[in-house]
Design a protein around this ligand. Structure first.
Ligand code: IMP
Length: 197
């Protein structure tokens, strides 16, 4: 069976992406299933740049088609923060819980609603072809976490049109409306059109 690597070891992301790609005839591999994975330094100042960095480093090492995913939360009142720093907002190796606490504390002095969006960029590279797709979902941040599904900032994010946080919504609903679902569904369409999957 042919293989495609998702250049991430974030279990939350990987389970969502495997779900979206469950109907293709490729084995979808995450970085935690591989040995000798090179260190990836997300030195880019945009989601696009970081998704590309991840895909290229992993392709150079394993020579298997790769999709890099870079995503994060963009909060209007915080001038776009945490943005590309979403996973390390409260410091290197910060937990989701600490990142969420920092986000809530930064928003204390601002009036509601705290408008925000999740953004995802996917970058495919197989040594020849480069494909970039993007997705976003708009909503607002609440200051008391709700729900246990998902990961990251999900318990604090209510998508527009819903009365529940992403962590309260079932996984299949998140996987229809999320930034990642949009970027990866479009990626799947492009890869099929170009006969890469
Ligand atoms: P990355 O792995 O460098 O792309 O960082 C992604 C970070 O953005 C995650 O660690 C989360 O903090 C946040 N994030 C991205 N997508 C989601 C999501 O779907 N739900 C909640 N948080 C997310």
């Amino acid at each position: 069976m042919k293989e495609i690597i998702i250049a991430s070891a974030n279990e939350g992301k990987i389970s969502e992406i495997k779900n979206i790609f469950s109907d293709i005839r490729f084995r979808v591999i995450s970085l935690s299933e591989l040995n000798d994975v090179p260190e990836i330094i997300e030195s880019g100042d945009s989601f696009e740049a970081n998704a590309e960095i991840k895909a290229r480093i992993i392709f150079e090492k394993f020579r298997i088609p790769v999709i890099g995913d870079d995503s994060g939360l963009v909060v209007e009142q915080l001038n776009g923060r945490p943005g590309v720093f979403s996973s390390r907002y409260a410091g290197e190796n910060a937990t989701d819980e600490l990142n969420n606490l920092k986000l809530v504390s930064e928003l204390l002095s601002f009036p509601e609603p705290h408008k925000a969006k999740f953004v995802c960029t996917a970058f495919f590279y197989d040594g020849q072809k480069e494909i970039i797709t993007k997705g976003e979902v708009k909503g607002r941040i609440i200051k008391t976490p709700r729900g246990t599904n998902g990961f990251g900032y999900d318990p604090l994010f209510i998508p527009d049109g819903f009365g529940k946080t992403l962590a309260e919504l079932p996984a299949d609903v998140k996987n229809k409306i999320s930034h990642r679902a949009k970027a990866f569904e479009e990626m799947k369409t492009m890869l099929k059109r170009l006969r890469r999957i």
